[in-house]
Design a protein around this ligand. Structure first.
Ligand code: ZN
Length: 148
């Protein structure tokens, strides 16, 4: 059983991001290193929510932005550990759209519920499986550390 290891500063920043963009969704990318007991996140990069049709319940990171983030990660010796977004006035559970749009197998998908502008629960789901056909989300523990 793996966990998502997050320094408290990143955990808080991710949740604050969701409060700032409320009532729209926020989204970002988590960078870190893989360890036997799960991803160890070292930094979070905010991404612009490029969806203009319904930003309150959809999130999307433009491919060009993701390429830039990935290049930056490589330069720092890090990998993309996962993605985070918020659910304004909805529970911190993945939606069918979240699942359909999740393609990074082995990465974590973190969702923070934001109710009336206040961050509530934050949950992490590991995209397990080997292909697009057998992929699945597995509930994952988030370990928040005071120090990185
Ligand atoms: Zn979602």
């Amino acid at each position: 059983m793996t966990a998502l290891h997050l320094p408290k500063a990143i955990y808080d920043a991710m949740r604050a991001h969701g409060e700032e963009t409320y009532p729209n969704e926020c989204c970002g990318v988590l960078l870190g290193k893989a360890a036997p007991d799960g991803w160890r996140v070292q930094s979070a990069v905010r991404a612009g929510n490029t969806r203009t049709d319904s930003a309150h319940n959809r999130y999307h990171i433009a491919p060009v932005e993701l390429v830039k983030i990935q290049r930056e990660a490589t330069r720092k010796g890090l990998d993309i550990a996962g993605f985070y977004h918020s659910h304004p006035d909805h529970p911190a559970q993945w939606s069918p759209t979240d699942f359909a749009e999740a393609h990074w197998i082995g990465c974590c998908y973190v969702i923070t519920a934001v109710a009336k502008g206040k961050a509530q629960a934050t949950n992490s789901f590991l995209l397990a499986g080997t292909t697009e056909e057998d992929k699945r989300f597995e509930n994952q523990t988030i370990e928040v550390a005071e120090k990185p």
